[in-house]
Design a protein around this ligand. Structure first.
Ligand SMILES: [Zn+2]
Length: 410
């Protein structure tokens, strides 16, 4: 049997964190005319490294195949745009960024974040691997390079005179297969007092809230401050502040700098270390327990669908995020239980969800179908969605959230 090695410390991986069966790549939506064709499924099996405590998936598909035509455009979620504006306002005032500074964002998507810096006259550069979303950024006036980031791209930028006062690598670290090379690239691009920020879903929250559906193939690492401090230490970086954010069900925003930089250590770092120690993230039992909790969550979700089916209630979904594909495929839910889902992103409308083949329609279709239940698949956006779709209550429709336990909203 092939041995799998930790992508951070190269120790052998033998402990299961969550075994979610076989699953296609979660962003490979199926066009209707291809519905008779086969799909490629890969084992969706997360391991935990007992040496550095990084939770991780094996890499089966090259990121070049995953990200070259990406259907996720940041600018479709209102709460995300507000999050970007707030981040920009915070770092500009805290680190005194101005027309003489250089901001670099890695995985800059359609420019949703950087356009806030561009509007303030701060020199900005995006690095984005997906050519179609990079084009959308350039059209909005955000200079963007089409590239994967790592030591090679970092070197090429430095040779062209770039060095960064701020690197924003928000919601990308989890998606990078070679995180060691990625962080090395960030470290070398920083000015001596430069700051790099990373945002990633918190492993401590993932475990506490049974967010098993945030495990999918495009998301290679599940990070804690514990594992990240180990990773940064390899490259002469230190964490000086940690903020907790509500995004993606609970994220951490880490501020790091060179060990020699002047940034003062905030109390938040010790507080997060303490929280993770209290959750026993440095002990194997916490991870073994999660492997069992995931099975309980599946049974709970299936029980809701079985009850709804037996009482002849109609259930549809709202949203077609990557996490929905994990949930539907792991639980074995198809159109027999979930008639369709809807999404505001026109690029997803008319497609079928990978694996489950649940159709993705326009949100208007919910008002035509008048279902009994609307399951909010991007549960992290439940407040925004239940407000924007509140008119389903006109016919007695109810919202349902699948995790941590199935909950019908009042
Ligand atoms: Zn390791």
């Amino acid at each position: 049997m092939k041995r799998i090695r930790c992508r951070l410390c190269e120790a052998e991986l033998a402990e299961t964190f969550a075994d979610l069966g076989m699953s296609p790549l979660s962003n490979s939506f199926v066009a209707k005319e291809r519905r008779h064709k086969a799909e490629t499924f890969f084992p969706l099996h997360a391991y935990v490294c007992t040496s550095c405590w990084l939770v991780q998936l094996e890499e089966f598909e090259s990121p070049k195949n995953i990200f070259n035509e990406y259907l996720y455009f940041s600018s479709y979620a209102d709460s995300w745009l507000k999050h970007c504006e707030a981040y920009c306002a915070h770092v500009v005032s805290r680190f005194k960024l101005d027309a003489g500074s250089q901001v670099v964002e890695i995985a800059s998507n359609d420019g949703a974040l950087l356009k806030n810096f561009v509007a303030r006259g701060i020199p900005s550069l995006g690095v984005e691997p997906a050519a179609n979303v990079a084009k959308a950024a350039v059209e909005q006036g955000v200079p963007t390079e089409v590239a994967f980031f790592g030591t090679e791209t970092s070197l090429s930028l430095k040779q062209r005179g770039f060095s960064a006062d701020l690197i924003a690598a928000n919601n990308v670290l989890a998606h990078v297969p070679d995180i060691v090379d990625f962080v090395a690239g960030c470290a070398s691009l920083l000015k001596p007092d430069g700051v790099v920020t990373f945002e990633f879903p918190s492993l401590e929250r993932l475990i506490a809230e049974t967010q098993f559906d945030t495990i999918y193939h495009e998301h290679f690492s599940y990070l804690s401050l514990l594992s990240v401090e180990r990773l940064f230490g390899l490259h002469g970086l230190r964490v000086f502040d940690v903020q907790t954010l509500p995004t993606h069900g609970g994220s951490l925003r880490i501020f790091a700098c060179r060990k020699s930089a002047a940034h003062a250590l905030c109390d938040s770092v010790a507080a997060q270390r303490h929280l993770e120690a209290a959750a026993a993230l440095g002990q194997i039992d916490a991870y073994r327990k999660f492997a069992r909790t995931v099975v309980d969550a599946k049974i709970d979700i299936l029980r809701f669908f079985i009850d709804a089916h037996q009482s002849r209630k109609r259930v549809v979904g709202y949203g077609a995020p990557a996490k929905a594909n994990t949930l539907l495929n792991f639980c074995g839910i198809g159109t027999e239980l979930l008639e369709f889902t809807v999404d505001r992103n026109p690029h997803k409308q008319g497609m079928l969800m990978p694996g489950s083949r649940v159709p993705v329609l326009s949100p208007d279709e919910i008002f035509k179908a008048r279902p009994d239940y609307v399951m909010i698949l991007p549960w992290n956006l439940q407040a925004e969605i239940s407000e924007s779709m509140k008119d389903i209550r006109a016919w007695g429709g109810k919202f349902v959230v699948p995790i941590p336990k199935v909950r019908i909203l009042p």
